[in-house]
Design a protein around this ligand. Structure first.
Ligand code: MF3
Ligand code: CO
Ligand code: CO
Length: 274
């Protein structure tokens, strides 16, 4: 996800929110579908004893085998094909050689570049059996994402998305991470606008047909505050409470919203489906 710190949002990002045409939508369908197929492919590999480095390798090979490239690899010094964020890790967890353990929840965030266009999606996965607390957080977070997406329509405001997410998360006594947000994307990985996962209805830029962006709420069981570890990437909850995240890439259409990263196998919420 993009950081909300504007000093870190340089690069080739532009201030203007681009509006794309039919050809871009076709390209985004292709990129989005490949990301979703990768996230489907990895499901049976998420089990106790497997390392996140192994998942990373499988996702790298998957991209290569399909004429795509993992967008995170060598992106601003990041060295992996996925982010793998376990338990109290909020986002940007780096794959390593530690085996996953029974009861862990893991977010796998995968972005591929296909013919120059970016598809970006993440899901929560269960490592073996989960306790009810972890399961509940994943359910709430997925519902947050889907409510955020349901708020997308031409003529609406970006703040409608944040409002839908925040009001549901907080009614469920969870908190919304403020330090990271969704982002415009297309031929750039992170572009304008920032999509905040909190806010008020009617605030923020107007949504118009042709806009492409991600929605990717990070929801904590405890307080919203995060800190980044000394590796410069791994963001964790300050209170070490559990954190979850789901992400889709969407486009604003003439009548509503199109989700580019839906699972062809129906595995968008892969928990409880081994
Ligand atoms: N895929 C993440 C997102 O949703 C971005 C990860 S950037 C990285 O925007 F450098 F950490 F990989
Ligand atoms: Co993203
Ligand atoms: Co992502």
């Amino acid at each position: 996800m993009a950081t909300t710190d504007p000093s870190l949002s340089a690069g080739r990002r532009t201030a203007e929110i681009k509006r794309h045409g039919q050809e871009a939508f076709d390209a985004m369908r292709k990129a989005g579908r490949l990301v979703a197929e990768g996230l489907d492919m990895i499901l049976p590999h998420v089990r106790p004893g497997v390392t996140t480095a192994r998942l990373d390798r499988l996702m790298f090979d998957f991209a290569m085998d399909h004429g795509a490239f993992p967008a995170t690899l060598n992106y601003r010094g990041y060295r992996h094909s996925i982010c793998a964020s376990i338990n109290h890790v909020v986002c940007h967890g780096q794959p390593d050689d530690k085996p996953m353990r029974e009861g862990d929840i893991i977010n796998i965030d995968y972005t591929v570049i296909v013919d120059g266009w970016h598809g970006d999606s993440s899901r929560m996965y269960a490592v073996g059996q989960l306790n009810r607390k972890a399961e509940r957080l994943c359910e709430i977070t997925h519902e947050c994402l889907m409510r955020g997406i349901a708020a997308v329509r031409p003529g609406g405001n970006m703040g409608d998305i944040g409002h839908a997410i925040q009001s549901y998360a907080e009614a469920e006594r969870c908190s919304v991470v403020r330090d990271f947000c969704g982002h415009g994307l297309g031929q750039l990985f992170h572009d304008a606008p920032n999509i905040l996962h909190y806010g008020a209805r009617g605030e923020g830029p107007r949504m118009e047909p042709g806009m492409l962006f991600t929605i990717e709420p990070m929801i904590n069981l405890g307080k919203p505050h995060v800190k980044v570890l000394s590796d410069g990437w791994t963001a964790v909850t300050r209170d070490r409470s559990l954190s979850a995240q789901f992400e889709h890439t969407v486009g604003v259409t003439d009548t509503g919203v199109e989700i580019f990263t839906l699972s062809p196998a129906g595995l968008d919420y892969p928990i409880g489906k081994p």
